[in-house]
Design a protein around this ligand. Sequence first.
Ligand SMILES: NC(=O)C1=CN([C@@H]2O[C@H](COP(=O)(O)OP(=O)(O)OC[C@H]3O[C@@H](n4cnc5c(N)ncnc54)[C@H](OP(=O)(O)O)[C@@H]3O)[C@@H](O)[C@H]2O)C=CC1
Ligand SMILES: O=C1O[C@H](COP(=O)(O)O)[C@@H](O)[C@H](O)[C@H]1O
Length: 275
Amino acid sequence: RENCSEKMEEFLKRCFYHSGQYDSEEDFKELGKKIKQHEGPRVSNHLFYLSIPPNIFLDVVKCASKSASSVSGWTRVIVEKPFGRDSESSAALTKGLKQYLTEDQIFRIDHYLGKELVENLSVLRFSNLVFEPLWSRQYIRNVQLIFSEDFGTEGRGGYFDSYGIIRDIMQNHLLQILALFAMETPISLEAEDIRNEKVKVLRSMKPLRLEDVVIGQYKSHTKGGITYPGYTEDKTVPKGSLTPTFAAAALFINNARWDGVPFLMKAGKALHTKQ
Ligand SMILES: NC(=O)C1=CN([C@@H]2O[C@H](COP(=O)(O)OP(=O)(O)OC[C@H]3O[C@@H](n4cnc5c(N)ncnc54)[C@H](OP(=O)(O)O)[C@@H]3O)[C@@H](O)[C@H]2O)C=CC1
Ligand SMILES: O=C1O[C@H](COP(=O)(O)O)[C@@H](O)[C@H](O)[C@H]1O
């Protein structure tokens, strides 16, 4: 923490803001030029972090790769979830991105994997002689993965309503944690080796049965004298929407380690606690 303010000044001198249209190659060319001026003759890499809605990913990637790629180092793109609505639209998005980038330039991010607790899960399990032998159906009766928010959509209903809680939270964040929790020891902690072990878990899962799923939607409620609106009372949510804001599901993994152990997933907005 020494010389913090000086270091901050130094850092801020290197930052600049450039405004432009997402689909304008001209604007990206200008951005490319500005970056070049800052870089000078150094070898430098370009990382584009797209914290934008998925429907404009392709426009941005096209312009960025054509007009603002690094000439001396690598160029990479990070995209946020949701990466499509289903496997078809996800494959279409990948195909679209690959017109401009190779697979190793594309990074699909799940910000839950960056949370300390989740990052520590592999260390806790694989480097701990106490836990490792206990991590199986012999000693674990069930596993619960719970996401609970104590606030509703609060104006983000437009995005949320077209995805729902299963696509917003379960299919990505909770499924990633489940796979990380249940996988066998990877050959190394390299991304590819961990990915391969996670895929084995997902392929061992029993297809989800309708009777193992519960969905719901939050209503208006009053707490501490304040009345909070129900989901369909949010102005950004279409009238009469049936999109689930809560879901619970029991998942099963058909392998020697986890046979018969239910993995209980629950996710909901506007519940009584944040957990
Ligand atoms: N908010 C969250 O909790 C989480 C969000 N994500 C993902 O992160 C990304 C960003 O999320 P969030 O910040 O909530 O999203 P926003 O809806 O706030 O959009 C982010 C920016 O994208 C631009 N934008 C939005 N709609 C359009 C449009 N139709 N055409 C052009 N530009 C548009 C806006 O830029 P401008 O101001 O210049 O118009 C806006 O500031 C999304 O992919 C989202 O799914 C992932 C996990 C959590
Ligand atoms: O991905 C999402 O996560 C946020 C919650 O993120 P957190 O880091 O604050 O726990 C959630 O509110 C949002 O609906 C979802 O898109």
